[in-house]
Design a protein around this ligand. Sequence first.
Ligand code: GLA
Length: 629
Amino acid sequence: MLKRVWGPAMTALILATSPAMAAPVAHGIWLGNSDGAAKRPPMGWNSWNAFRTEVDEAKVMGAAQAMVDDGLAKLGYVYVNLDDGWWLRRRQSDGRMIIRTRIFPSAATADGTTSFKPFTQRLHAMGLKAGIYTDVGRNACSQAYDLKSPNLPEGSTAERQVGLDGHVKQDIDLYFKDWGFNYLKVDACGLADFVPGSKLVTENGYAGLAPEIDRGALNRTDNAKVEARYAAVATALKAANPDGDYVFSICDWGMANVRAWGKDVGSSWRTSSDITPNWSSMLHNYDSAAKRALYAGPGHWNDPDILYIGAGDFDTAHLTEARTHFTLWAMLSAPLLISYDLRQAPPELLAIWKNSDLIAVDQDPAGNQAIVAYDSDDAQILVKTMADHHKVVALFNRGAAPVKVTLLASQLKLRGDASVHLTDLWSKATQDFTGETTIELAPHETRVFAAQGARELANGVYLSEIPGSINVADDGVGTPELDPQIHRMIDPWGGTRASSRPQYAGWGGAQADATPYGETLEIGGQAFESGIGVLGNSLLQVKNDGYATLRATVGVDDSSGNRSHPVRFTIYADGKPVATTPDLKFGDKPFELTANIAGRHVVELVAATNTVADETPVVVTWGAARLEK
Ligand code: GLA
C-alpha cells in the first residue's frame, strides 16, 4: 500500500512496543475513503451489457426517459453511465477529447470541438446524473477486445490515445467542470493489454506500454504503480469537484491487489473479471466480493460488476436466477447498475429492479455488507445488519438441485430462546421461529427475509455486525512480491477472459466471524462465534458512534501457521493507547481486553508482531470483539 502523507494536524503515533516488533501506526483519524458522493452504493444504468460499443444518444436517452417514466429514478436509480464507445479521437493541437457526434448528435458544435454539455444538461433536467468512461492507461478496452467495432477511436496513433495517461487533469477537468458529468468509470486495459511488440500493438499501430498489470501473473503486476495512477485520478476528481458531487469507479477487475487499496482511493472497485449472462459467471463475481465485507463501507464499495438481469441465465425465462442475482448484489451493498435496453423492459424485470425492500437493504446508510454466516458448496447464508440493528438474511442455493437449509437464530446473533419474526422480502409472507428453522430452496433460489428478534447483545454490537464501521487500514497481507506464502494463496477462482487467468490478490484479508482463511476463530482451545480474524501486523479502525467500551478476547489463533512469534494487542482511541496485552504466544490462554472509549471517535485495534515480510504470517483473533453502551 502507498504511504500516505500526513499534514501537521494529523498526529501519527508509532506503536511503542518491544524494539523487535514491527509497528503498525495508529492514526486517530479515519482512513477509509469518504470523498465523493457514494455514501451509499451508486444506483443507475450503464450502457455496456446492453449495447457494448454500439451505444448511441437515442439508446441512452431512451433508457433515461424509461428510468423516469417507469419509476426507477424515484427509487434511486439516478446515474446514467456511458461506457466504452463514445469517443472519436484526441485532438492533437491541444489534447482535447473529441466526441463521436455521429452517435451523439447533440455533442456537435459549429467549430468541431464537440461537447457533452447539452447531453448532461438534459439528464440533469430530468433529475438524473451523468456518468462517463475512460481508461487509466493510453488506450481503452475496446481497442483491444472490440476490434471490429464501428465505434473505435480513429486517426493517428496519438489521436487514438484516448485514455488518461498524460492527460489526467485535462480530461477530468473537461469531463466534470466543462461537460458536467457526475460519475467516472476508469478502466485499466491500457495498463495490461498493449504490450510493446505484441501482435495487437504492431497490427493496429498503437504505441505499446510496458504492462503494469500482468493478467497472467500477479507477481509481475506493479501494484504500487497501478494504485498511484488511480490515486492521481482521485486527486484530480476531488479538485475538479469542490461540491463533492462525483463517483469514482475503479475498474481493474480485482487485479493489482485493488481489493486492499480500492477503499482508500475510490468510491467502488471491481473485484473480478467482467460478468457474463451465465450462472457460473454471476457466482464467480459474487464470490469475488462476498468475503470482503470488512473492506466496504459508506463512501467505498466492493463492485462485483454491472447487473446482467434480463439476459441469458437471468432473462424472463429465468426469474428465479434473476431475483437471486439482484438479492445477492443488494446483500453485498454493491452498486446497482441496470444494463438493459429499458425502452422495452418487460414488467417481470421491472418488478425485480423495483423491489423497494431490497433497494433499502442495498442502500441502508450503515453500509454493512452482509457476512457469510454459513458456507458450503451448495448453499450459503448471508446476514446483513441494518442501521437500526435489525437483520436481513438471505439463504442462497448455489446449485442446480433443491436444498434444505437450516437457519439458526445464533447466525443472526439473535437469542435462541425468543421468537424470531421473518418477513419474506419478495413474497412479503411472514413466519416465526424459535431457535432454528429449516427452509427448502428451489434450484438457484434465494429466499431473503427481514428478521426481528431479541438481540444476543442487548446493550451493544459485535464488530462483525458492523463491517461498514470498520476500516481495515492494514490487513497484514504482504505484497505478493514480498510474501511467497500469500502468493501461493492467491484466490483459486477462474477467469472468463479467453487466454488469460485473472490473478486476484488479497487472500488472507481480515474476516468477520472467521479467520483470514475461513476457519473458525479459536484461541487456546476456546472457540468464538463472533469476532474478527486477521493477520499479525494489522491495524483495524472502528468508527465509534457513541459507545463507551470496547471489549475483546484476544490471542494468536489456533489455526496460525506461524507458531513462534509473539503478538501484542493494543487498542487506541483517537490515537492514544487505552488498553494493551502482554506478548501473547501460540497456545496461550485468550486475554480479556477492555478499553474505555467513551467520547472517542476512531478506535484502532493493532496486532503487532515481529514476523518479517517473507515469513508465514501469524493469524490473530479479536474474539467476541464488541462495543457496549
Ligand atoms: C472492460 C470493463 C467492462 C467494460 C469494457 C468496455 O472489459 O471491465 O466493464 O467497461 O471494458 O470496453
